[in-house]
Design a protein around this ligand. Structure first.
Ligand code: 5AD
Ligand code: SF4
Length: 364
């Protein structure tokens, strides 16, 4: 069903030229009203590429027999951390395919040690598990969990063979939020069979969830997947989606994703200008990076140097604080109205004005 909310979002997705500039300007000033010029910087370690799922769009799907599978040893992960993280990193994210073995044998013990020894914000992006495993991760010291819905339409979700069911994914998101996690979700924009209705529905659903943040990745046809011949997502629409999320949920932590640079060399910086406020430095040991084929071989690896340059080019500066710490304090201070994640609006302009007013006094 089309509501006033999905109406403006649907229109804003298509914004071009002056309308697009105005949309991004409003998103950028909304971000600045809440977070100032600061962009969070996290490190990611891709700890393994085994996956029990078979998502149609992803190169790590279990049916991709061409992929050399790996799990990092605990010591290899400890070495990455022990040899000194880049100075700008305030948070560490552990990412893997859906693999209970890497979760139990590598991630849990490493997080336990790390939480005792450092002040880093710790997050994980490991998939859907029995809810008790999330409790164990939290007990170990993780505070952020990233669980993307990829699409907000249940039939589309099934068609793309995303993990389990959309309903189950949403239950897990709600459980995590209720049990005190900072939860981030995500959308892959431009997946095959996405329609304008499905896109608007996805944005509406995401904005109604109890999230601390959300990403939008452009769909990139992945090698070794049934969708390798499909069309890639439109960069402009993807960036408009970033701006829409910012305007809908001013206090969210919204990453600029490295896949944007596969669309265009300026994609990453433009996401930071369109309202994104989290950059990620890839810390996976170089011997394994090419085996983590989220999109296709020849990934765009974000080093510290590239991340800092992008932040500077976007007129921002690295945040000295963890995204998890800041977003949990923001969530506890936002009003019930804005913490629902969306404010009714008849136009993009109205939305931005509401945002700037409602976020006053909350800059970190
Ligand atoms: N295009 C864009 N994003 C993708 N992901 C996986 N495959 C693709 C693709 N082809 C993202 C999904 C998933 C994460 C591991 O990578 O969001 O959650
Ligand atoms: Fe596995 Fe995640 Fe890729 Fe799906 S998107 S196949 S769950 S790594």
């Amino acid at each position: 069903m089309r509501t006033a909310e999905s109406g403006w979002r649907r229109e804003a997705l298509e914004a071009r030229s002056d309308a697009q500039r105005a949309l991004w300007d409003r998103a950028e000033s909304t971000r600045k009203a809440v977070f100032g010029r600061r962009v969070f910087v996290r490190g990611v370690i891709e700890v393994g590429n085994f996956c029990r799922q078979n998502c149609a769009y992803c190169g790590m799907r279990r049916d991709n027999g061409a992929l050399r599978r790996f799990r990092l040893a605990r010591d290899a992960v400890r070495r990455v951390i022990g040899e000194g993280l880049p100075a700008s990193v305030t948070d560490l994210n552990f990412q893997a395919g859906e693999d209970p073995v890497v979760l139990r044998e590598v991630v849990l013990p490493v997080i336990e040690e790390l939480a005792n020894e450092s002040r880093l914000g710790i997050s994980a992006c490991l998939g859907t598990f029995d809810l008790r495993l999330y409790d164990e991760l939290k007990q170990a010291g993780a505070r952020g969990y990233i669980l993307k819905i990829e699409t907000g339409d249940a039939a589309h979700y099934r068609l793309l063979r995303c993990p389990g069911t959309l309903e189950r994914r949403l239950e897990a998101i709600r459980y995590l939020a209720q049990t005190g996690w900072s939860v981030s979700s995500g959308w892959i924009h431009g997946l095959p069979e996405e329609t304008p209705d499905r896109a608007a529905e996805t944005l509406d659903l995401l904005c109604s969830l109890p999230l601390a943040g959300c990403s939008v990745s452009p769909f990139i046809p992945g090698e070794g997947t049934p969708l390798s011949g499909a069309q890639a997502a439109d960069l402009e629409r993807t960036l408009n989606a970033v701006a829409i999320l910012r305007l809908s949920s001013p206090h969210w932590v919204i990453p600029a994703v490295s896949a944007l640079n596969l669309c265009h060399a300026s994609g990453y910086v433009r996401a930071l200008r369109a309202g994104a406020n989290l950059a990620t430095i890839n810390l996976t040991p170089s011997a394994w990076r090419d085996d983590y084929p989220l999109y296709r071989p020849g990934r765009w690896i974000m080093t510290e140097e590239r991340v800092l340059r992008a932040i500077e080019e976007a007129g921002s500066e690295p945040s000295p604080d963890s995204w998890i710490a800041v977003s949990s304090s923001l969530r506890s201070s936002v009003s019930p109205l804005s913490s629902r994640g969306s404010i009714p609006a008849s136009s993009v302009g109205d939305v931005a004005t509401d945002r700037q007013e409602s976020s006053e006094g909350r800059a970190s």
